[in-house]
Design a protein around this ligand. Structure first.
Ligand code: G3P
Length: 222
């Protein structure tokens, strides 16, 4: 069975901060152990180190800068993420866009530090462009569906299939995620049937009364 990855972006939601982040990480750890599905979380920077220490799940940053350690201020370096225990970082999220040169620098910084790069994209062409930079993952998320409660898997499956096709022309091995409105096992099944390796999601888990119940549904058709 191909490995399926579910990445939960906690964004800056209060429901995903501090103790709440620990609660979601605990749910992710439990459901990952039960199901064998890889479930990672992307907390806010202050929560990354404690979560990486306490939970046996991959913890990703929401953003990394492509700067080298030294005379730069207010940046997040890939080295700092590695030292803090991060498995990788999102790059170019729809809510944290970078320039093309910035994306490339961040991907390289992750590679130099042996942590995963997950480059987020908004359409078929940018997905192919991101794949050409050689990241570990490309995550295609149509911005208009993010946080909408409308699933990309149901509302716009064409963008997933067409992105997978375009990505494979330039990069045979990059792993592919999709996101925006993902909320159920059916969404995950549609996404993987279309050739992705899993999903990137936020609100359906972060805002849930019972995140473990939502996660169990998400992995139910894997
Ligand atoms: O990073 C995941 C995100 O942009 C999707 O958000 O709330 O639509 O699952 P959401």
């Amino acid at each position: 069975m191909p490995e399926v990855t579910i990445l939960i972006n906690l964004k800056t939601y209060r429901e995903g901060l501090g103790e709440n982040a620990h609660r979601i990480a605990r749910a992710a750890e439990d459901v990952a152990a039960e199901s064998g599905v890889t479930i990672g979380i992307c907390p806010q920077p202050m929560d990354l180190h404690p979560l990486a220490r306490h939970f046996d799940i991959p913890v990703y940053a929401q953003h990394v800068d492509g700067v080298v350690p030294g005379a730069s201020t207010g940046h997040i370096t890939a080295e700092a993420l590695r030292v803090a225990g991060a498995a990788g970082s999102l790059i170019n999220h729809s809510e944290r866009r970078l320039t093309l040169a910035g994306i490339e620098a961040s991907v390289q910084a992750c590679a130099s530090n042996r942590i995963h790069s997950v480059v987020c994209t908004n359409n078929v062409l940018t997905s192919a462009a991101a794949a050409a930079l050689g990241p570990d993952f490309v995550a295609i998320e149509p911005p208009e569906l993010i946080g909408s409660g409308i699933s990309v898997a149901k509302a716009d499956p064409e963008i997933i299939g067409n992105s997978v096709e375009a990505i494979r022309i330039v990069n045979e091995s990059v792993r592919i995620l999709t996101g925006a409105g993902i909320q159920s096992g059916e969404c995950v099944r549609i996404a993987t049937d279309l050739g992705t390796d899993g999903v990137l999601l936020a609100s359906s888990v972060v805002k849930a009364e019972d995140p473990a119940a939502v996660l169990r549904d998400l992995v139910s058709q894997v």
